[in-house]
Design a binder for this molecule. Structure first.
Ligand SMILES: [Ca+2]
Ligand SMILES: [Ca+2]
Length: 211
């Protein structure tokens, strides 16, 4: 029963860690919400963002904050996010105040608070234990035609204005993007092998003629 409670608690924490961005930067956020319908997806590509050494500085949108951007393909859909990180919050700042948000050029879509509920300073590791499905959470979103996925690391409460409150010591975020990962059918592999054999054969013949 004790273990059951812990499992429930862990599930609750994980579900609470990812949330829709409360204040989209632009009205485009409204149309993004309707496009994140629970459509199933088949192929996907995982992108990894190394967070080692990233400082968690000020409130959202502050120019001192660290940002990252990825090229994930024109109008691609982000369908999952995973994390495996070790983070430090400098007292009196809390681990639960370290947030990374994800979005497109036209607006922010999803907030991730890895240390949700950890309302104290210090060093701690957090893991999602795999990639969390954003589609089932209603949080999947599309990037714009420019293919840019934007990330911003910020503090939900700024204890040290214009200075860092915490640091992502090590680890990585995984971003799962729909499509692109096309696995050829077995018959295509066979054709490719025959094709390669043919090329090798003609090369050998040519070499013999030249010799
Ligand atoms: Ca803080
Ligand atoms: Ca600060």
């Amino acid at each position: 029963m004790h273990n059951k409670y812990l499992a429930w608690l862990a599930a609750g924490l994980m579900a609470g860690a990812l949330s829709a961005q409360a204040a989209p930067l632009t009205p485009a956020g409204a149309s993004a919400a309707s496009s994140s319908e629970a459509m199933p997806y088949s192929g996907f590509t995982d992108y990894t963002v190394d967070v080692s050494g990233i400082f968690s500085v000020d409130g959202p949108g502050d120019p001192d904050n660290e940002t990252r951007s990825l090229q994930i393909g024109s109008s691609a859909r982000v369908v999952g996010i995973g994390w495996d990180t070790t983070q430090f919050a400098d007292s009196p700042s809390w681990l639960s105040e370290m947030v990374v948000r994800f979005g497109s050029t036209s607006g922010w879509a999803v907030n991730l608070t890895t240390g949700i509920g950890v309302d104290f300073p210090g060093t701690q590791s957090f893991s999602s234990g795999g990639v969390v499905d954003l589609v089932s959470l209603g949080l999947a979103f599309f990037v714009d035609a420019d293919g840019v996925l934007a990330l911003e690391f910020f503090e939900s409460f700024d204890d040290f204005p214009n200075d860092w409150d915490g640091r992502w010591l090590q680890g990585a975020l995984t971003i799962r993007v729909e499509g692109e990962h096309v696995v050829p059918e077995p018959s295509v592999y066979a054709l490719l092998l025959f094709g390669l054999a043919g090329v090798a054969g003609s090369a050998r013949r040519r070499a013999r003629v030249r010799g």
